[in-house]
Design a protein around this ligand. Structure first.
Ligand SMILES: *[C@@H]1O[C@H](CO)[C@@H](O)[C@H](O)[C@H]1NC(C)=O
Ligand SMILES: *[C@@H]1O[C@H](CO)[C@@H](O)[C@H](O)[C@H]1NC(C)=O
Ligand SMILES: *[C@@H]1O[C@H](CO)[C@@H](O)[C@H](O)[C@H]1NC(C)=O
Ligand SMILES: [Cu+2]
Length: 180
């Protein structure tokens, strides 16, 4: 009997940890509806866009731009500060471009066209350790682990509860034979 309880507990722990392992990689559209352009009005557009946002390892930046009019180059902090674009090979020349933030630290991006960077088409984000365990409101996500619940969460709750009871039933039904 004690073994049966251990076994049931193990099943519940496995089920619970599947739920806890969900991660949410946030997908941010740089500049939101403005996209990746030469800012008009004020040069701090992309600096201000990062305000109140958390960037974690695994998150994705989407740079929306017209191919042939802009690009995205990941550069050093020095190149970012000086808008140095000589010998800079753009990482992405086709819009829209998705770049996954795959390491901790500051990540710097510029557009290498003409004086676009000097006019404010530059972005610096500080990336902290992930993974993200809750979705960010107002952004889309790629989830890993248990699939995201369908729109009707009542039916997914019922499904989860029946799964738990099914597993307990299997453990009880099968328990006797293990110790025969
Ligand atoms: C951008 O941020 C700076 C510093 O926080 C602030 O002074 C400025 O007003 C902001 N600009 C806009 C247009 O929100
Ligand atoms: C961008 O390109 C440089 C080389 O030009 C490379 O070292 C770097 O890993 C690339 N980064 C991304 C995010 O693609
Ligand atoms: C995230 O989802 C998009 C489609 O919504 C897909 O194109 C992309 O490959 C996914 N990325 C990862 C890391 O799963
Ligand atoms: Cu540009």
């Amino acid at each position: 009997m004690a073994m049966k309880i251990v076994s049931m507990t193990a099943t519940l722990v496995v089920l619970a940890s599947n739920v806890l392992q969900i991660t949410y990689a946030a997908t941010y559209t740089v500049g939101d509806t403005i996209g990746w352009v030469i800012p008009t009005g004020y040069t701090e557009l992309y600096h201000n866009w990062t305000d109140n946002k958390n960037f974690l390892v695994g998150d994705i930046l989407v740079f929306k731009f017209t191919t042939g009019e802009h690009d995205v180059a990941k550069v050093t902090e020095a190149a970012y500060n000086a808008c140095r674009r000589a010998n800079t090979i753009p990482n992405r020349s086709t819009g829209p471009a998705r770049i996954t933030l795959n390491s901790i630290g500051d990540h710097h991006f510029i557009c290498t066209f003409a004086d676009h960077c000097a006019e404010g088409q530059k972005l610096s984000v500080e990336v902290r350790n992930g993974p993200r365990t809750a979705p960010v409101p107002g952004t889309s996500h790629n989830t890993t682990g248990t699939p995201p619940p369908p729109p009707n969460s009542a039916s997914s709750l019922v499904a989860t509860i029946s799964l738990v009871f099914m597993s307990i039933g299997i453990q009880i039904a099968g328990g006797g034979r293990h110790f025969a």
